[in-house]
Design a protein around this ligand. Structure first.
Ligand code: NAD
Length: 298
C-alpha cells in the first residue's frame, strides 16, 4: 500500500482559516491588529515575488501591511536606519528583512537590529539562543512548518527516531532543536556523513533538507517511516524535491509532495509568528506575562 499524502496546501489553509478568525476575535476584544513589516532591498525578481506573496497572505489574514522598499544601492547605514525605525514603531509586530541582500550589504549586523520579540523569521542570534535554550521565542518558519505537518499526521513524535538530513541555520539545525523539544531522538546527517542510507534507514521520521534533487531513494527509507521533503528544485519537468517521490511513496507511511508539501507551510508560520509576536507585545504592555509558546525541557 502506498503512503498517505501529507498535503501541505490543505494543512496550511486550515491553519490560515483558524488564524484569520483568531485575529478577528483578538481585534474585537482589544481593538488591535498585528502588523508585519517586510523590508526589500534592491530588485531581485525572485525576492519581489516572495515579498509580494507574504504581503498578500498577511493582508488576507487581517494583518496590517508595513512595507519598506530600498534601492539596490542603499548603504548598510540606510538599511539599518529603516530597521531601527520599524523596531521602534509600536504598530509593527514583526519585521522581515528579505534575504539575500544585494552584494555589498552584510545581513548579519542588520538582522541583529531586529529585536527578538519582532523577529518573525526567527533567524537572529537572540532567537537562535532562545530556541537552543528551549525558552519562549519566535521560531524559524520552515522548521515550524515541518513540525506543524508532523502534528497533522496525528503521530506522536516523543521517543521516535527523527533523522534530519541537512544542518543549515535556516532549516536543519533549528528543526533538529524543535524535534528535540518534542522529545524525539534526533540524528543530524550532513554532507560529510559517511553511510547516509545506514543513518536514514533508522529513521521513524525522516526530514530531508539537503538541497540535492532526488538524494533520497527507496534504499534510504525504513518501512512505514514518515518522510518530509523540504527540498525544492526547478527542473524542466517542473518542481522536484530532495526525495524520489515515486519510489519512497511505496515504502513510507506518510510523505509530503513537492510542490504542495512544506512550501505552503512557510508563509503560514510567518503569519502565525506575526500574531504571536503581536500578542506577546500587547500582553507585555498591559503587564501580563507572555505565555510560553512551546513546551521545553524535560
Ligand atoms: P543549504 O544548502 O544551506 O544546506 C544544505 C544542507 O544539506 C547542508 O547542511 C549540507 O551539509 C547538507 N547536504 C548537502 N549535500 C548532502 C548530501 N549529499 N548528503 C547529506 N547532506 C547533504 O540549504 P537549506 O537552506 O537548508 O535548504 C535545503 C533545501 O530546502 C533547498 O532545496 C531549499 O531550496 C529548500 N528550502 C525550502 C523551503 C520551503 O519553504 N519549502 C525553505 C527553505 C529551504
Amino acid at each position: 500500500m502506498g503512503a498517505r499524502i501529507l498535503d501541505g496546501r490543505q494543512v496550511a489553509q486550515s491553519r490560515r482559516d483558524r488564524l484569520e478568525k483568531d485575529i478577528a476575535n483578538y481585534k474585537s476584544m482589544t481593538g488591535t491588529v498585528p502588523g508585519l513589516a517586510t523590508v526589500l532591498v534592491g530588485d531581485d525578481p525572485a525576492s519581489e515575488v516572495y515579498v509580494g506573496n507574504k504581503r498578500k497572505a498577511s493582508t488576507q489574514a487581517g494583518i496590517r501591511d508595513f512595507h519598506r522598499r530600498l534601492p539596490a544601492g542603499a548603504s548598510q547605514a540606510e538599511v539599518k536606519a529603516v530597521l531601527a525605525d520599524l523596531a521602534a514603531e509600536s504598530d509593527v509586530s514583526g519585521i522581515l528583512l528579505q534575504l539575500p541582500l544585494p552584494a555589498g550589504l552584510d545581513p548579519t549586523p542588520l538582522l541583529e537590529v531586529i529585536p527578538a520579540e519582532k523577529d518573525v523569521d526567527g533567524l537572529t542570534a537572540a532567537s537562535v539562543a532562545l530556541l537552543t535554550q528551549g525558552l519562549p521565542g519566535l521560531r524559524p518558519c520552515t522548521p515550524s512548518g515541518v513540525i506543524a505537518l508532523l502534528d497533522a499526521t496525528g503521530v506522536e513524535m516523543e521517543g521516535k527516531h527523527a533523522v534530519v538530513v541537512g544542518r543549515s541555520e535556516l532549516v536543519g539545525r533549528p528543526l533538529a532543536q524543535l524535534l528535540l523539544q518534542r522529545h524525539a531522538t534526533v540524528t543530524i546527517a550532513h554532507s560529510r556523513t559517511i553511510d547516509l542510507p545506514g543513518i536514514t534507514c533508522g529513521a521513524d521520521i525522516l526530514v530531508v533538507a539537503a538541497g540535492v534533487p532526488g538524494l533520497i531513494g527507496a534504499e534510504h527509507v525504513k518501512k512505514d517511516a514518515i518522510v518530509i521533503d523540504v527540498g525544492i528544485h526547478r527542473t524542466r519537468g517542473g518542481l522536484v524535491g530532495d526525495v524520489k517521490f515515486d519510489e519512497v511513496e511505496e515504502i513510507a507511511s506518510w510523505i509530503t509532495p513537492v510542490p504542495g508539501g512544506v512550501g505552503p507551510m512557510t508563509i503560514t508560520m510567518l503569519l502565525e509568528n506575526t500574531f504571536t509576536a503581536h500578542k506577546m507585545q500587547k500582553e507585555a504592555t498591559v503587564g501580563i506575562a507572555a505565555s510560553p509558546m512551546v513546551s521545553h525541557h524535560e
